[in-house]
Ligand binder design. Sequence first.
Ligand code: G4P
Length: 527
Amino acid sequence: MEETLNKEVASRKTFAIISHPDAGKTTITEQLLLFGGAIRQAGTVKGKKTGKFAKSDWMEIEKQRGISVTSSVMQFDYNGKRINILDTPGHEDFSEDTYRTLMAVDSAVMVIDSAKGIEPQTKKLFKVCRMRGIPIFTFINKLDRDGKEPLELISELEEVLEIDAYPMNWPIGMGKGLLGLYDIYHQRVEVHRPEVNGKDGERYAPLNEEGEIEGDHPIKHSTLYDRALEDALLLTEAGNEFSREAIADGELTPVFFGSALTNFGVQTFLETYLEFAPGPSEHVTKEEETVSPYEEKFSGFVFKIQANMNPAHRDRIAFVRICSGRFDRGMDVTLARTDKKMKLSNSTQFMAESRETVQHAVAGDIIGLYDTGNFQIGDTIYEDRLNVHFEDLPQFTPEIFMKVNAKNVMKQKSFHKGVQQLVQEGAIQLYKTYHTGDYIIGAVGQLQFEVFQYRMKNEYNSEVVMTPMGNKIARWIAPEDLDENMSSSRNLLVLDRFDQPLFLFENEFATRWFQDKYPDVALQTLL
Ligand code: G4P
């Protein structure tokens, strides 16, 4: 029994794909699902993509996708491994949930558009992965188009993200002139169009000891090949050393080139990724103990709560990352925060095309629990007397802010109740102006405001009026540094929900101005 469990746990690979919108995350996800046989044709995931809807209308988006839960977690089997891909939405539905999803994975795949290089959203998501020290694998996409020079992309990665890079393969040409990939790691050339430029139509051409393609091969007659060979040599001599440990520690990112659209280099990427990607990691408790994924008893934490769209029900889905043991439908667990016992009978598992009732899952997997208001973000659940409390999930510095009031002044009670609950649940962050006590809500993505407004109306019967304040730079200060005269129109003094003081700065300029004026006051961010 224990042996089966260990084997199951060891086969799990749980990761998120991080990228800036349009880099090709959906396309690559689809290719992976196709390899795993989880979908039968391309376009299945894509059709549900939010980007296809012109407006950021959350309700419409959710309705049309049949609630985004289905594509939030995608599971498939490949080469004896069970792979869970967690979606980190971009565009309008970027939110704190997106960041928190990264708390539930064991590694990340970073997709970069070869023509654009590192873009803002990639940078933000990367920072969170880096903070967790999880392995990050890079896929530089769209090689079938002309992009930046590969060497330039590698140095951009190292300079902008401050991570060492190790190219696993190297493009031989690009765009229309793409001939193949010089696969440094596997010591072979992966031919782009074997039927045209492969010898006898073969996909792989092995290298000899000098690193040259063995024998005669059409690709060898191209100057692009000489160039790639030169680059590869330069990189192996002057570049970073390959190190399994550095990859595992998130200090070195293996870089793969390819084209998701033409399905070139994706399978090599997947297979190599599975070789290096870690299985389920240990999790740390508030008592600073670690819980091994191989611990027999079940434990897990809630990292995301998704509101249900059906106004007749208040139910939601709580996403749980299993940290240890096995989940069996109907099992009894304890909710650590309240000590309340509950039966997990209404559970769901996520597939690419459907949601199914999950009967069984193990450490590394994600399950969805139908919830009528029991769970909050960061909650731990555990089996029997395991009695663990996992560390709180980090809070992220909001970037956009709104003033918020109840539309109907007679309904203050339900307004306050709703705000408090949604804040506790992690849907939005709450601040009060220091001088007047006005409510301000903060988020990392616009969608959070829409969800907040919708849920206030539907779950708490409270219509809210929101006045945009735009983007602000939030910086915390130590309470002893607080002087209420420091507040001005360009740096508004507010308190967070733990009564800690912070400023909402108008822009970078205002931040610098403040820092020049009060050089002894340290300004701090959350994550
Ligand atoms: P995202 O999820 O990261 O936002 O990106 P997505 O996969 O939707 O890809 C964004 C656009 O880039 C799509 O084109 C897609 O076809 C294209 N794309 C993805 N991978 C590659 C690639 O390897 N090479 C090339 N040339 N294009 C790629 P679109 O025009 O926005 O969508 P569609 O209308 O063609 O479906």
